[in-house]
Design a protein around this ligand. Sequence first.
Ligand SMILES: Cc1ncc(C[n+]2csc(CCOP(=O)(O)OP(=O)(O)O)c2C)c(N)n1
Ligand SMILES: [Mg+2]
Length: 558
Amino acid sequence: MGIKAAKALIEALKQEGVEVIFGIPGGAVIPIYDVLYDEKEIRHILMRHEQGAAHAADGYARATGKVGVCMATSGPGATNLVTGITNAHMDSVPIVAITGQVRVAWIGRDSFQEADTVGITMPIVKHNYLVKDPKDLPDIVHEAFYIARTGRPGPVLIDIPVDVSNAEIDEMPSSSEVKLRGYKPVYDGHPLMIRRAAEAIEKAERPIMLIGGGVIWSGAHEEVKELAEKCNLPVAHTLMGKGAFPETHELSLGMIGMHGTAAANYAATYSDLILAVGTRFSDRSTGRVETFAPKAKIIHIDIDPVEIGKCVKADIPIVGDAKKVLRELVKIVKPRPKGEWHERIEEWKRQFPLRYKYSDEVIKPQFVVEQIYEATKGEAIITTEVGQNQMWAAQYYKCTRPRQFISSGGLGTMGFGLPAAIGAKVGRPDQIVIDIAGDGSVLMTCQQLSTAAREKIPIKVMVLNNSYLGMVRQWQQLFWQKRYSQVSLEGAVDFVKLAEAFGCVGLRATKPEEVRPTIEKALEVDDRPVLVDFWVAKEENVFPMVPAGGSIDKMLVD
Ligand SMILES: Cc1ncc(C[n+]2csc(CCOP(=O)(O)OP(=O)(O)O)c2C)c(N)n1
Ligand SMILES: [Mg+2]
């Protein structure tokens, strides 16, 4: 007795531990959806746009550490996934995207809903497949998951022609160990390099650690803490590394980069040693690289050899898994006491804390984030949109554990936060999941409120509604003589009505004293999604700010 390839696909997904698929059906994936009709173990969440399916898979992966799965039909379904896949690629998130394709014999004839999905996605995936022989399908699924989650994580796409998924294969192979020629991530760091790193730490006078998203994916947060405490290393994090070291820890410098803290940016600038772990030195973190950390020796630990020396020269390169490398390093490095360096850092923290002017007339967006932080006791999972809202969330919601802060870093995708929150909440139903949003961003994927309502996924969307594409307006104000070109969203939508139209609870706060009670009210709703429309100060800016292309020690503070 044979088995349908589509059925074999679903069985292979189950063998990989998949519990949920975010997707939308269409002609080229009907055989797969037909199998899902009887499927009990895998939950399918019907999204309202495929971009959101990819972001939901992404949010699920970031919140759980597992591989997220999304599915779309051929042509427009697949092309709608592209932004979401690129987003996962830029932030090294393991997702597997399954797309339908026209039948094998019709490929290349501009058939109905044909797109060259493998070609289109080539530069934005870790790997992709066009399945031509149905019996290859189960093995390809296992390979795809293996590639997505090992080494530096990333998205993998499987494109399946409709006659392939609809074909019969002889038998369902049992899941076997994946072995791939030419793909062997290096996990153990070179012992000599680790020794040199230990010596450099011992000799340094002004060392800091700089941690990125790689620490989270490697599960190295405990090792980071142990090393930081043993050697009294001040720790700065990138946007992706937020939560990998408790921001409430006395050794935390906060976030580095364009909207980072003065303490982190000054410490990097004046340090003589940066121990960089799982970070790719993006321009948002380093500012002008020619003047980044001019006095520092750089130890760069990364699982992906391509990152070493790509943006910043490494004096001590260590290719390997952050957790394994730090484990070795912490064993051999000698403890260091605190010194004058720490006093200097304390002084920066005292002199230049993150701050804003509170007002009791108009709601300050930073105040909203602070109140969300307090009302959730710093425990919630936060997703963000992109723009000022994202930076205020990063600055004022202090995180203490990995996988708590989920944000589109590399691609900066407006519309990410809402579907990512859906994915995160599905993966972590035990957690409060809040999308800290901007009015512009949320309108890009707001149709997913319908998904969340119908599926009873009680996320909270907290819109910092400034009636502007605020971050662009901020740049225009500061660097383009206040020529506010095409950034007003005045009167764009009534968010409360929008929420209600989709079957969600809609709330609004227009005065500072309403902020906390409205948040509390939103937190009480647990059977439906809630959207809160906070009418915040329209022309508030995010500070500190390093002008694009500037050195990170040259910050505008107001
Ligand atoms: C998909 C997409 N289009 C355009 C941009 C450029 N962009 C960056 S921030 C921003 C404004 C965001 O507005 P809003 O969501 O209201 O956030 P705010 O900055 O006002 O908090 C824009 C248009 C982007 N990042 N992503
Ligand atoms: Mg806005």
